[in-house]
Write a protein that binds this ligand. Structure first.
Ligand code: ADP
Ligand code: ZN
Ligand code: MG
Length: 476
């Protein structure tokens, strides 16, 4: 029997607010344990949480960027469970009345487009962090993360393969970083993903039993975990077994998923509206204001780059991977007026240097104005494309403008016709046999003369000029 995978992702993203969601503690990552805490996020009796307005604003930004409908009224609920990283005994989350629903994002798959639905986006608080000591029978808890604001983004079960799951995750990651509400750091856990996976017989309407996969901290691991889980479930079903509804942990080293616990049902959490928090009413005018402040989104930018700069969809994809890279490229284009050539230099040498040093484009030693100046030097015939390769490397190493490097290294292309003609005449004089062959119709010999000329000028002569002069001179 053939099976079809059905996959839905839940993403938790930490928001880039200065303070936590319900108190004034810092939400910054990496402080000494338990220094970013107060009675509210420690869950002391008698305290009252107050909602951070910035959290609502950021949630709206992402909701708009993912085409969600925003509900102007929502409320918070208590999700009850006891765990030592959650001192209150419940997590403040949203349940029955989420603030955003019915969104979608579009993926490009095998040259086609596919929409993945977004069921809902809601706000909640993060839990703390437990640290288990391998050698001693104790666990430590750090409550700095308790109360750090999260949004949870739940997809429809529209995803049909591990590759699609990874593509969806990449698109959402790109979007959330573009709109500037999350740093997207998967290793530090500010962008986390759970994957729900089930199989059903091909053509069947009804979904099969799902498992929930956790603990995947990279795009690659999400893809590997989902791939593994599809194969595992297929094996279980084909050998006549049933898939248990459970949460499984991805083990990166072993490359397998392992059962962690039986999956809770929603009623296990005893959700109820949090009596400490008033319902949230979102003003339409505020939504419009936020809509107006949204940057151009990656997909729109990609399409505009293809339209305005006449570059391929692949190039546009690379150049819009981050807002900073897209801005860099556009500045080079503005100053050089050469979109295609600028794309080649940015995607070729500049990105290669940056990747080698794992640097971000914002730290690039080559200013957009310098790269544009170099492109103008090539266009104007001052340097050849080959020399430019050296120039761009020196620009990266020294941060100097191209004119200075060209001068220092004596790289100026020979464009002096008289001097070049003299050199060429010498070469022609020394090679009478080749001249004869050429004149007898053996055109290939022309390349020999070009080679000699490049050698004599150490590659500094303008190739076009060599060609033109040689043709004239060899014609006799
Ligand atoms: P929870 O995991 O908290 O119970 P939901 O019921 O909202 O949350 O579902 C979580 C995710 O599981 C959603 O992304 C949804 O699309 C996906 N999902 C639901 N049913 C299935 C299924 N049978 N197979 C695969 N994914 C599913
Ligand atoms: Zn606090
Ligand atoms: Mg879940």
């Amino acid at each position: 029997m053939e099976f079809e995978p059905v996959i839905g992702l839940e993403i938790h993203a930490q928001l880039l607010t200065d303070t936590k969601i319900f108190c004034g503690c810092s939400a910054k990552f990496g402080a000494a344990p338990n220094t970013h805490t107060c009675p509210i996020c420690l869950g002391m009796p008698g305290v009252l949480p107050v909602l951070n307005r910035k959290v609502v604003e950021y949630m709206i930004r992402m909701a708009l960027a993912t085409h969600c409908r925003i509900n102007t009224e929502c409320n918070f609920a208590r999700k009850n469970y006891f765990y030592p990283d959650l001192p209150k005994g419940y997590q403040i989350s949203q349940y029955a009345h989420p603030p955003a629903e019915h969104g979608w994002i579009e993926l490009e798959i095998n040259s086609g487009k596919k929409r993945i639905g977004i069921t809902r986006i809601h706000m909640e608080e993060d839990a703390g962090k437990l640290m288990h000591d391998e050698r001693n029978p104790v666990s430590l808890v750090d409550l700095n993360r308790t109360g750090v604001p999260l949004i949870e983004i739940v997809s429809e079960p529209d995803i049909r393969s591990a590759e699609e799951a990874a593509a969806y995750l990449r698109r959402l990651h790109e979007t959330i970083v573009y709109v500037g509400i999350c740093d997207g750091n998967m290793e530090e856990g500010s962008f986390r993903c759970d994957a729900n996976v089930s199989l059903r017989p091909k053509g069947a309407e009804k979904f099969g039993t799902r498992t929930e996969l956790k603990n995947m901290n990279s795009f690659r691991n999400v893809q590997r975990a989902v791939e593994y889980e599809i194969k595992r479930q297929q094996y279980v079903l084909e050998s006549g077994g049933v898939v248990a509804q459970e949460t499984r942990l991805w083990d990166d080293t072993a490359g397998v998923t392992q059962p962690m616990r039986g999956k809770e049902e929603a009623h296990d959490y005893r959700y109820f509206p949090d009596p400490d928090l008033v319902p949230v009413v979102i003003d339409e005018a505020w939504i419009d204001e936020i809509r107006g402040s949204l940057p151009e989104l990656p997909l729109e930018k990609r399409e505009r780059f293809m339209r305005d700069y006449l570059i391929s969809s692949y190039d546009a994809g690379v150049l819009t991977v981050s807002r900073a890279l897209a801005d860099y490229y556009e500045e080079v284009v503005r100053l050089s007026d050469q979109p295609k050539i600028a794309a080649n230099w940015v995607m070729g040498d500049v990105l290669r240097f940056l990747n080698e040093e794992k640097k971000d484009v914002r730290e690039c030693p080559i200013a957009p104005a310098s790269l544009a100046a170099m492109i103008r030097l090539i266009q104007g015939g001052t340097i050849s494309g080959k020399m430019a390769k050296e120039v761009v490397e020196a620009m990266y190493k020294t941060g100097k403008p191209p004119e200075e490097i060209v001068k220092e290294q004596g790289l100026v292309q020979i464009t002096d016709e008289v001097a070049l003609a003299r050199t060429l005449a010498e070469i022609i004089g020394k090679n009478p046999a080749q001249v004869e062959q050429y004149r007898a119709g053996k055109e290939k010999v022309f390349g020999f003369f070009v080679g000699q000329a490049m050698k004599a000028t150490q590659g500094k002569a303008n190739p076009q000029l060599i060609n033109d002069l040689l043709k004239k001179m060899l014609a006799g």
